[in-house]
Design a protein around this ligand. Sequence first.
Ligand SMILES: Cc1ncc(C[n+]2csc(CCOP(=O)(O)OP(=O)(O)O)c2C)c(N)n1
Ligand SMILES: [Mg+2]
Length: 363
Amino acid sequence: MAKASGKASAAKKSTATGAGTSKSAGKAGRPPKSAAKSRKASAPDGEELLKYYRDMLLIRRFEEKAGQLYGMGLIGGFCHLYIGQEAVVTGLMAAASNDDSVVTTYRDHGHMLACGMEAKGVMAELTGRSGGYSRGKGGSMHMFSVEKRFYGGHGIVGANVPIGTGLAFAEAYRGTSNAVMAFFGDGASNQGQVYEAFNMAELWKLPIIYVIENNQYAMGTALNRSSAQPDLHRRGESFAIPGMQVDGMDVLAVKEAGEKAIAHCRDGKGPIILEMMTYRYRGHSMSDPAKYRTKEEVAKVRKERDPIDHVRDMLLDLKLSDEAALKEIDREVKGVVTEAAEFAQHSPEPDPSELYTDVLVEG
Ligand SMILES: Cc1ncc(C[n+]2csc(CCOP(=O)(O)OP(=O)(O)O)c2C)c(N)n1
Ligand SMILES: [Mg+2]
């Protein structure tokens, strides 16, 4: 690995001040050491925590419902659930402004909800109906909302990284102070185009945050079986791109790291990498029986690190809320998801005349 440059060292400094960051890669179920410190360090605000609780719960209940509809044969094609990883996008969107953009992979439903896209439109796209964000023609992996600055939803592993870099180039070209967040997985971080994008981003000091959602697996392959260098936050060192490792199961640590990364971009310092240590509870996609790991491994993470339980416990332990208020949020979220599922089942299928619309934009 290339020796850390001045810039990379600067990032290590910010690592030391800790947004739940650490140099050593955590194993599945184990947060980076300094994460616990950051949990104590940040004084949580009740209203803020309740918002994160609600936002994460919406993603989880939405995904559970999507899983059910898939099981009933109402969703065709692939369907990759985000259950377990909710704190990553929730914390980062809490740090971002409405003008910052997001681009992600096929595991994208949570990102869309966190960007403020409507549950109804996302679910209807999953069922291939005309009320969906791509009018039923894109499905789970292909949804966009220019209004919410969400640029997909991409099925090709690694491909959204150059796309995000291009979006950041546009921001720099226009002279805005907006940042772009490109989310990708631990598996994608071994893709060649990622490094071509890193090089250009640093060369031109583009305002982009590369968010590596390290959920420990790329389909059925564990990180340590596929990656010669598993400290993914260090993957930018040879380009002098700084990186931080963050406890991606702790929404407050994620938000804190996100704020630092966004400030880095807005200050014109160029790209930065955030390695989010997280975990997916479900298989890679709905058709994956996940035989490459034990049930005990999953159960341990759920029990010890669940991001929603963590916020719930904090709210109750610190007496920032009570069971009745949390139940009310559960009820409200369930209502949103039920309504989205109803809409997704009753919205009409796209008319055959739509077959050739939205295919090519002539400019
Ligand atoms: C270029 C390319 N190669 C292979 C695939 C098949 N594929 C889809 S997802 C995936 C694993 C990616 O894992 P990771 O980046 O860790 O993301 P995660 O699924 O864990 O969110 C692979 C190999 C693909 N879609 N695109
Ligand atoms: Mg992965």
